[in-house]
Design a protein around this ligand. Structure first.
Ligand SMILES: *Cc1c(COP(=O)(O)O)cnc(C)c1O
Length: 401
């Protein structure tokens, strides 16, 4: 039974970004190019800013860059860190090292604290590193909220408390690319100085927009830099005198229409509901995974549920069953699961043990049950040993009021 997923039924791209695009987002983008010098597009863009800030839970500044998450990473660093200055990177997965490497690329000294691939930050070790920094050489902590490779979620509010307790002036730069619009994130209440995200995950828009939110305190850091490259400079973007300055050139017209539709969806549902929907769907997934793991090799990468993302779940089977399962569900069911990323080297056969589930953005209970049913079917088809009762366990979670 091999189906051609392009012609029969809807396929489900259950990878942790890009996420499923809502029909209303696609429809909003299906239009001719607008005038970029006057009219509707300009008014619409101005209206996006307050609605983006509501997603980040900030009263401060919001900027939009044409670029992906890496662009937002670079933008945040370019406005806060000078060559030769130090950044501290507590790492719970590969994306933390990716951001750190970007900091190295702009000439920063990068100090890593590696907590492995299945554990959240150890705040005591972060405290030791900050305490030892008596000269305050560390100008920023690069804090990945949810590391999409491991599916570990870190406690950013606790990091703020730690910096305050130690009276350390380092800024918190938070990577919320996988978490914003999925896991609770409150920029102002948590004392985050700069938050970055991108369009293609919880925000449900195709890849191509990066967002940087920053406070006045972060802007003070920018003002003491010897130079800020023009394209990345957030000042004109956050407070443009002419529309052209929002994007340093031509606006990403169609992405903006898509973003308008996506923000309408998010705020019609409300941030609290968006977060609780993701939490509930994640609990259903974990309940199923815990049943599967009762027999055989399936393992949730993050043991402690309080450190698990609500948007992505990293899993492991015996190698090469992770890869076999992904290939089977894609080919036979039109269900595409995420590859394991950064958990084992490219030449390491163990890399075929890992896979990930994306459950971010435009997802609901029937999609999650279909995804879990697809995995169950693949495990059976491939004779991969697994515990029973996974779908019942997920249904029990979703059946609760
Ligand atoms: C997806 C992701 C990135 C990278 O974003 P790109 O758009 O692929 O550049 C960085 N950090 C996290 C946490 C992510 O989930």
């Amino acid at each position: 039974m091999t189906q051609n997923k392009s012609t029969s039924g809807r396929s489900y791209l259950a990878i942790p970004g890009p996420s499923v695009l809502p029909d209303v987002v696609l429809q909003a983008m299906q239009r001719p190019s607008p005038n970029i010098y006057a009219g509707e597009l300009i008014e619409m863009t101005q209206g996006l800013i307050p609605d983006l800030k509501r997603v980040a839970r900030t009263e401060h500044h919001a900027t939009i860059y044409i670029g992906n998450g890496h662009a937002a990473w670079e933008a945040a660093l370019s406005n806060t860190v000078a060559p030769g200055e130090t950044v501290l990177v507590p790492a719970s997965g590969m994306f933390a090292f990716g951001w750190g490497d970007m900091a190295a690329g702009i000439g920063a000294q990068v100090q890593y604290l590696d907590f492995g691939k299945s554990s959240a930050w150890d705040l005591e070790r972060i405290a030791e590193a900050l305490h030892a920094d008596t000269q305050h050489r560390i100008k920023a902590v690069l804090a990945v909220h949810v590391d999409t490779t491991s599916s570990v979620r870190n406690d950013i509010a606790a990091l703020r408390k730690l910096l305050d307790d130690l009276d350390h002036p380092a800024l918190i730069l938070a990577d919320c690319i996988a978490s914003m619009g999925c896991d609770r994130f409150e920029m102002d209440a948590w004392g985050v100085d700069v938050a970055v995200t991108a369009s293609q995950k919880g925000l449900m828009v195709p890849a191509g927009l990066g967002f940087v939110f920053f406070t006045d305190k972060a802007d003070q850091a920018r003002k003491r830099l010897p130079r800020v490259s023009r394209y990345w400079d957030w000042a004109p973007r956050a407070d443009p005198e002419v529309f052209y300055e929002y994007f340093m050139g031509t606006a990403p017209t169609h992405h903006l229409y898509g973003l308008r539709a996506a923000l309408n969806l998010i705020h019609a549902e409300s941030m609290e509901q968006v977060w609780s929907r993701h939490a509930r769907l994640a609990r259903a997934i974990w309940a199923a995974c815990e049943r599967w793991s009762c027999s055989g090799d399936l393992r949730l990468n993050v043991g402690d549920a309080s450190n698990r993302s609500h948007a992505v779940t990293s899993l492991q089977l015996a190698s090469p069953d992770g890869t076999r399962l992904r290939e089977w569900t894609e080919q036979h069911l039109g269900l595409t699961l995420g590859i394991g990323l950064g958990m084992a080297g490219n030449d390491d056969p163990a890399k075929d043990a890992y896979f990930r589930l994306g459950h971010m953005g435009h997802v609901n209970g029937q999609m999650i049950l279909a995804m879990l049913g697809g995995i169950e079917t693949g495990l059976q088809a491939l004779n991969i040993d697994h515990g029973s009762g996974a779908l019942e366990a997920a249904a029990r979670v979703l059946a609760k009021p």
